[in-house]
Design a protein around this ligand. Structure first.
Ligand SMILES: [Zn+2]
Length: 398
């Protein structure tokens, strides 16, 4: 089987695989069967996860809006309550954007999900650990992702909206010290912005899930295809974990759970995230850094290996880029201090194709790009493995 066979099964036969849904579970069952057939016995681990990527933000904007109404009711005490509410909301959403525990997570509904993983041992003594990670779930198809213009607008709206939320906090603080009727009128502006943001977040959560051929049946397809090859012919000194995660789209719950459960065995593993690697008429990109709320830099050692492989194989068209405004399971590698590096794909104009859109179907992925990414990762693994070969001049007997 090749990567496209897996992509086809996941995106066409199963279709949309929303986080914590039965279809996501069906994808996990498929992955289990394939790994078993390759001779890489899988383990499935369940975990609890948020069900929505959008509800935490919707709750944050609701809290912000409510704090505005409390303030408008007037009086110093209400201004204090408004300030406390708004700060509580802001701190919570910032923690959420950093993938940290916070009250929004505690309040919102949860569901069951699963990771499937297998480990392919090295032929000889393992001196390097690599985890190839790809998420099985798919995202919703919100208005804010419906076109390039909307995506660009949304990228600006988020920081602008956060700015207004902070402005509201300043207004409440001033209102405690200097109660002035004019402040109520000033607060109406940020409250209007909060209303727009709330509507957009709620709209997103009522849309259907994408079939996710590019995001991320493509990554799962390549991880499975490499698992089949490596199970047949393992690397000499590199142990490879194949990690297919659930619930990436709602905040990387699967990847987080996996690392927490296997931290000791993973050690200082290379955490290679494969996400959205089949962009239409696109080519592979590897990320030197990822910026969501915070910026995380990819591991320099892994980057050097990837750069040398990309240079040695110009036919694969791989480029190095910086990513901003989204996240992948790579974020959990950074969070837990692993050596992380993410691969994606870009179209000629530097975008992911059909990202979180209903058009992310099997007809819109680019098999050549998926194949190029698989070759790139294969060569990368071979190179990593060569780098950790024991020095023959230091060989000992026995
Ligand atoms: Zn993805």
């Amino acid at each position: 089987m090749n990567a496209m066979d897996h992509v086809r099964y996941l995106a066409e036969h199963i279709g949309a695989r929303g986080s914590t849904t039965l279809e996501e579970k069906e994808a996990a069952t498929y992955v289990e069967k394939r790994l078993t057939s390759f001779g890489a016995p899988p383990t499935t681990e369940t975990f609890r996860s948020a069900r929505s990527a959008w509800l935490p933000a919707a709750l944050f904007w609701s809290i912000t809006l409510a704090s505005g109404f409390v303030f408008l009711a007037g009086g110093r005490l209400r201004a204090i309550i408004a300030l406390a509410l708004a700060v509580f909301g802001l701190v919570s959403i910032l923690l959420e954007l950093l993938f940290r525990p916070n009250p929004l997570r505690w309040i919102l509904p949860k569901g069951d999900s699963q990771n499937v993983w297998a480990r392919i041992e090295a032929e000889e003594e393992a001196r390097e650990h690599v985890a190839l990670v790809a998420h099985m779930d798919t995202h919703r198809t919100p208005l804010v992702f419906s076109s390039r213009t909307w995506v660009r607008l949304f990228e600006r709206l988020v920081p602008i909206g956060m700015g207004f939320a902070i402005l509201l906090i300043v207004i409440f603080a001033v209102g405690i010290v200097l109660p002035m009727p004019i402040l109520g009128a000033v607060a109406l502006g940020p409250m209007f912005v909060a209303t727009i943001m709330l509507i957009l977040m709620l709209q997103a959560d009522f849309t259907s899930y994408a079939a996710g051929a590019n995001d991320n049946a493509s990554g799962v397809g390549v991880a499975l295809s490499l698992a089949e090859k490596l199970a047949k012919s393992p690397l000499k000194h590199t142990k490879v974990w194949i990690v297919l995660t659930g619930c990436e789209e709602v905040g990387c719950y699967g990847a987080d759970d996996f690392i927490c459960k296997h931290k000791r065995d993973l050690g200082n593993a290379a955490w290679i995230s494969l996400d959205t690697i089949g962009s239409f008429r696109g080519s592979p990109v590897f990320l030197s850094q990822e910026t969501f709320l915070a910026t995380s830099k990819s591991d320099e050692g892994l980057l050097d290996v990837m750069r040398s492989v990309a240079t040695a194989h110009p036919e694969l068209g791989a480029r190095e880029i910086r990513m901003k405004g989204s996240y992948t399971d790579g974020a959990m590698g950074f969070k837990h201090g692993l050596r992380a590096l993410t691969l994606e794909s870009h179209q000629q104009d530097g975008t992911l194709s059909n990202w979180h859109q209903p058009t992310d179907t099997i007809n819109a992925v680019f098999p050549e790009c998926i194949q190029a990414t698989e070759s790139l990762v294969f060569e990368f693994l071979q190179q990593l493995d060569r780098n950790v070969r024991p020095d023959p001049t230091q060989s000992s007997t026995g």
